[in-house]
Design a binder for this molecule. Structure first.
Ligand code: SAH
Length: 252
């Protein structure tokens, strides 16, 4: 059996219990070496075969998986954060389907959750934003034209921008074409939950400068929106006057 497992954002104790258990049982681990914390490999058996997929093509990864399956071995394909975001898992799954090999998925803590924790932030503040746009700037990997950053920025919602820390001047310009102003709060979170984590709070207007001054150009998330500001409405759910299925509110 092949298991696609989310490694979490970096800190080795942020993998799920299920993910850690699968790593401990694996005969083979293929890990995304550009971002997965190698400390997680310490959870494997001494004779576990370990491959870094950063050095491999899709075809080579599939060949490794097929060879392990032929020996009735258990493989963990370890992706950073949660595999469902920018994980390139679908192409692996489709190829395994075509080869008649079965697999299961185990989720992980995405880096966008790790970044919120680093900031002690809530992305969905009442009265501020109830939507989180997860996206990236077009680079060598294109983004559909209808999803270009300036178009998405028109919503003024909470934004989490992956894979774009190397293009901060372009990110800043696109955000300013949308609903954000130079004063809209923003943040850069580098290597969230790793020992070398860096949190830089700034504004949309100072984003590129702050990235340069702090030497952040990769392995970082750009976070944008008034959820990083000081104004919001209190929740209805915990308002004394609000009746829910679990609690009767006070008469108004
Ligand atoms: N599946 C992963 C994302 C992989 S794409 C997830 O769920 O987090 C790789 C990008 O994710 C990086 O370029 C960076 O933008 C972001 N990233 C991954 N780990 C990160 C971390 N610990 N801190 C900040 N950003 C991170």
């Amino acid at each position: 059996m092949i298991h696609f497992v989310g490694a979490g954002p970096g800190a080795p104790d942020l993998i799920t219990l299920r993910g850690a258990d699968l790593l401990a049982k694996a005969d083979c681990v293929i890990y995304a070496g550009s971002l997965v914390n190698p400390a997680l490999l310490g959870l494997t058996k001494p004779d576990c075969a370990i491959y870094n997929s950063a050095e491999l093509t899709l075809e080579q990864v599939l060949d490794l998986m097929k060879a392990q399956e032929a020996q009735d071995h258990m493989t963990v394909r370890l992706h950073t954060g949660d595999p469902c975001l920018y994980g390139a898992v679908r192409e692996q799954m489709d190829a395994l389907d075509a080869a008649g090999l079965s697999y299961e998925s185990t989720p992980g803590v995405s880096s966008f959750c790790g970044a919120a924790a680093a900031l002690d932030a809530e992305y969905t503040l009442p009265g501020v934003s109830q939507s989180v746009i997860i996206t990236r700037m077009a680079g060598r990997t294109p983004v559909p034209e209808s999803e270009n950053l300036a178009a998405l920025a028109a919503h003024g919602a909470t934004m989490v921008i992956f894979l774009s820390a190397g293009m901060l001047p372009q990110v800043q310009a696109a955000l300013l074409e949308g609903a954000y102003t130079p004063d809209t709060p923003a943040a850069l979170v580098y290597k969230a939950t790793w020992p070398e984590e860096k949190v830089v709070r700034c504004t949309v207007g100072t984003l590129a400068d702050c990235g340069r001054q702090n030497g952040i150009s990769r392995t970082a998330l750009v976070l944008v929106g008034d959820f990083l500001g000081n104004r919001y409405d209190r929740s209805r759910l915990y308002d004394p006057s609000f009746t829910t299925g679990y609690r009767k509110g006070a008469e108004s």
